[in-house]
Design a protein around this ligand. Structure first.
Ligand code: UP5
Ligand code: MG
Length: 190
């Protein structure tokens, strides 16, 4: 991975802010590979791997899965893709994730896309999603909000201090949010 010129964008925001929705559109328009760490973890629980049961329990509780597990899944998915432009959706979720990523991957993100959305709106979206995720219930959602504000916001603030955060108002309709997102990604047009 280290020899190729690699572009990495972290896509962050609370549960239900629209990370997956916007990443799909960015991937299509700008040729990025979309890696949702939540999706990678959910897939891992279905392989019957040694970590599967632990991951499932932690996700159900809205807890952050250990960094080594997540970074390994990310590395594997990046290698598999053959691409050199990645949207990393929902990671790093805390300072420990960030530090592990930095020491293992050694690839500075180009920028951080922060989808900013009020909690009431995110709650409405998650509870209406109906895709059978076992963390899409009111108790788990509230825990995910708490983890987001206590652990993930400090990561966003860290990158803010480095001038790397591109913040978008994610409370608007999907296509309006994407218009703002498109402007940010314009330099990456292939
Ligand atoms: N929707 C989207 N945009 C909309 C808009 N602008 N207007 C109206 N509706 C909109 O969207 C959610 C719903 O809202 C959808 O129905 C969509 O149509 C609609 P989505 O794009 O799915 O939002 P997203 O931000 O992706 O929400 P998600 O629930 O996936 O975010 P989370 O951050 O909670 O979930 P994630 O899958 O990233 O993580 C789940 C768990 O995995 C974590 O709690 C944690 O336990 C674990 N995890 C780790 O431990 N480490 C990691 O690094 C990552 C995850
Ligand atoms: Mg998602």
């Amino acid at each position: 991975l280290r020899d190729k010129k690699i572009t990495i964008v972290f896509v962050l925001g609370g549960p239900g802010c629209g990370k997956g929705t916007q990443c799909e559109k960015i991937a299509k328009h700008f040729g990025f590979t979309h890696l949702s760490v939540g999706d990678l973890l959910r897939a891992e629980t279905k392989t019957g791997s040694a970590y599967g049961a632990m991951i499932q329990t932690m996700m159900k509780e809205g807890e952050i899965v250990p960094s080594e597990v997540v970074v390994k899944l990310l590395q594997q998915a990046m290698l598999r893709s053959g691409n050199n432009k990645f949207l990393i959706d929902g990671f790093p979720r805390n300072e420990e994730n960030r530090l592990t990523y930095e020491s293992v991957m050694k690839i500075e993100p180009a920028f951080i896309l922060f989808l900013d959305c009020p909690q009431e709106e995110m709650e409405r979206r998650v509870l209406n999603r109906n895709q059978g995720r076992d963390d899409d219930n009111i108790e788990a959602v509230r825990k995910r909000f708490k983890v987001f504000s206590e652990s993930t916001l400090p990561v966003i603030e860290y990158y803010e201090r480095k001038g790397k955060v591109r913040k978008v108002d994610a409370a608007k309709p999907i296509d309006e949010v994407f218009n703002d997102v498109k402007a940010i990604f314009a330099p990456y047009k292939v």
